[in-house]
Each structure stands twice: as structure tokens, then as C-alpha cells.
Design a binder for this molecule. Structure first.
Ligand SMILES: *Cc1c(COP(=O)(O)O)cnc(C)c1O
Length: 363
């Protein structure tokens, strides 16, 4: 579908000055259908607009919905590259499988991103603090209240302009360790990026805010003892140049930023260790000053230092409560690869559009 210009350049420029996260969507979206008979079909770029849904659809009633979140960055040569797009495509497949949904092929996922970026290229920010956040989502569309997986699905890809929240130099966040609610249990859906996981977490986020904290820290569901994640991000603990992060036990979301931090930290001469840490040990390590910093990481916020922890059992400060050096070094290294400022040693940059706006990378 031709990308007709619906929004003037001036209005576009005004909308993206201070984009609130999730609110500045671009003009187009990708839509693809799946049915048992036809497989993936009817792939198209359509204007971003409200859609008709069947009020009885499976996705709405039974939460058969998975999504992804990745970012595209303008590169120094004018091209546009997504960060670790193939890894996001594979995780999308794993999430779909966990919810008994068809796996979107990696090529379909990548082509959808490229087509959307081609249609909405003028929305890809030039600015160093901004990027284009891409949101693939897959849901069951069958109009049926029968309690079984759908037989028809729709894949959409939306894009929005984002500014890095908790941006560079932002003060560390305070976190609330919830012993009342859990995010994920063994055998559950914690490893999948499925919509219901977030609905189940909102109440703990509200509890965190009531305790004066910005984010919730999730403890394991069985013992309410072991630190697992922070909000929609993975967490790292810094002991000088030694980093510790909880292992992927099956209840954590395997973050692509987490994986990138583990690789980059080693390259920067730090040591890394995947092991469990209890809330009590976290407090003890801060009291003894062995732990010097902590930070969370994820696509949306990149790297966010954590300065203060509160829980029913009391509160404590991490290090001197200021952003730590490991978080700062890792952020610089990570952003460098994402924005094309340093060589890409791991094949993490996936070109979605070439330097010449007139030519497309993917036909
Ligand atoms: C998406 C997500 C993360 C971070 O994953 P990235 O791939 O780094 O963006 C961490 N935890 C949860 C619960 C998430 O949904």
C-alpha cells in the first residue's frame, strides 16, 4: 500500500519533541493473517488506525497474545538498523510456541520490520536520545468462547518514536521488593513475552508506587526469597568489576539486553556470574559495601541504575545511591553498538533500510 502522507512534516516534528513512551505511534502498521488452511497470508502495510475485532475473539477472552519489543536506530551513514532482530524473532517464536500459537517465520518477522521502516522512514529519529521502538504482536482472532487455542491468528507490527526513559545521567531508581505478589512460577509463562504476565504485574507496580518506589523487584514465587527481575527488565548486581545476575531458571524472561550485557561486560574486562541472590543477601552485601551498584536492563530503558531497595522487611541503599561505573561503561558500550558508533563484533546490527531512502534493503 502506498505510504500516503497523512501527517505534515511540521506536525510530525512537533509530535516527536518529547514523546511519552507508547504514545507517538507512526502512520503505518504491518498486518499478516494466519489460518490452519492458508498458513501465513495477506501480509500488508496498512494505515495505523483503530480496527474492528470480534467481541468473542479468543485473544481477548483467554489472553492468547504474545509480543516483542525491539528498537531501530539511525546509523551514522543514514541507514536504519535494528538491534539483534533475529534474536527477537526467535524469542517471538518461543513465546508463540509456549502459548500454543503458530511460530511466525524469522524471515517474515524481519521483512515485516523492514517494510514498516520503509513506509515510516521519516519517523526514524535523527536525534541521539531517540529511536524507533518496534512492537510485533500476535493474537488469536477466532470468534469462539470455547476454551481451546485459536485456529486463526493475526500478526501486527506497530512502531513508535521513543526517548530513552531513565536516560543517561538520570538518578537511580528506587525499587519495591514484593513478597505479596509473584510474576512467574515454574512451569508457568514467565519465559514467554505474553500479555497476561504484565496484567498480573500491574498490582505490584501499584504497590511499589504506594511505597514511594518507581519499580517492582520480583522475587521467586515458591519462597519469596530469590531476586528474579525488576519490572519488565532483568537485573544485575555489581561487586566492583564482578557482575552477578540471576540464572535463566525458567521463570525469568530471557532478555536480549541481559545477554548483550553479559557479552560486553566480559569484553570490557569484567567477570560475570549467573547465580541466585536472595533479598537478605542483597541487603547484607550492601551493608558490608561488597556490592557497589545494581542496575536493570531491557530494550526500552537500556540500562537503569538502582539506588534504593524497600521491602516489608525494611529498606537499604545500594553503594552510595548514585549511578555506578559498571552501569555507565556498559551503557556506553551497548549504545555504541546500537547506534553504529563502534564496530559490530557479534553481528548484532540488522540493517532494515539502506543509507539511500529511495532504495529498499528488502524488496
Ligand atoms: C522484555 C522483558 C525483559 C527485557 O528483555 P529485552 O530483550 O532485554 O528487552 C525483561 N523482563 C521482562 C519481564 C520482559 O518482558
Amino acid at each position: 500500500m502506498p505510504a500516503e502522507k497523512r501527517i505534515s512534516d511540521a506536525e510530525l516534528a512537533a509530535r516527536v519533541v518529547r514523546p511519552a513512551f507508547g504514545e507517538v505511534l507512526t502512520e503505518h502498521m504491518v498486518s499478516v493473517q494466519w489460518s490452519a488452511e492458508q498458513g501465513w497470508h495477506q501480509a500488508e502495510i496498512v494505515p495505523y488506525a483503530p480496527m474492528l475485532i470480534d467481541p468473542a475473539m479468543v485473544g481477548l477472552h483467554y489472553g492468547q497474545v504474545v509480543f516483542e519489543g525491539l528498537k531501530a536506530y539511525r546509523q551514522p551513514d543514514g541507514s536504519v538498523a535494528a538491534f539483534r532482530a533475529v534474536d527477537h524473532a526467535r524469542r517471538f517464536q518461543r513465546s508463540a510456541t509456549r502459548l500454543a500459537m503458530p511460530e511466525p517465520p524469522v524471515e517474515l518477522f524481519l521483512d515485516a520490520l523492514a517494510e514498516l521502516v520503509a513506509a515510516d522512514r521519516r519517523w526514524v529519529p535523527e536525534d541521539d536520545t531517540k529511536s524507533l521502538y518496534l512492537r510485533p504482536i500476535l493474537y488469536a482472532t477466532d470468534p469462539s468462547l470455547a476454551l481451546r487455542p485459536g485456529t486463526r491468528y493475526r500478526l501486527l507490527v506497530l512502531a513508535m518514536v521513543t526517548e530513552t526513559f531513565f536516560g543517561e545521567g538520570a538518578p537511580p531508581v528506587s525499587v519495591w521488593a514484593s513478597t505479596r505478589y509473584a510474576r512467574a512460577a515454574r512451569g508457568g509463562t514467565g519465559e514467554a513475552k505474553c500479555a497476561g504476565n504484565y496484567a498480573g504485574g500491574f498490582v505490584a507496580q501499584v504497590e511499589a508506587v504506594e511505597h514511594g518506589c518507581r519499580q517492582v523487584v520480583w522475587l521467586d514465587a515458591a519462597e519469596h526469597t530469590w531476586v528474579e527481575e525488576m519490572g519488565g527488565m532483568n537485573i544485575f548486581f555489581g561487586y566492583g568489576d564482578h557482575l552477578v545476575t540471576p540464572p535463566l531458571s525458567g521463570t525469568l524472561l530471557p532478555g536480549i539486553t541481559r545477554s548483550s550485557v553479559l557479552t560486553l561486560a566480559t569484553e570490557l574486562g569484567m567477570t560475570v556470574e549467573e547465580r541466585m541472590l536472595s533479598l537478605a543477601q542483597w541487603r547484607a552485601d550492601c551493608a558490608s559495601h561488597a556490592m557497589t551498584e545494581a542496575f536493570a536492563c531491557g530494550t526500552a530503558a537500556v540500562i537503569t541504575p538502582v539506588g534504593h531497595v524497600a521491602a516489608e522487611s525494611g529498606e537499604f541503599r545500594i553503594g552510595d545511591g548514585r549511578p555506578g561505573p559498571a552501569a555507565a561503561r556498559l551503557r556506553t558500550a551497548l549504545v555504541g553498538v546500537q547506534r553504529g558508533r563502534v564496530p559490530d563484533r557479534h553481528g548484532w546490527r540488522h540493517e532494515l533500510a539502506g543509507p539511500d531512502p529511495a532504495a529498499r534493503t528488502h524488496a
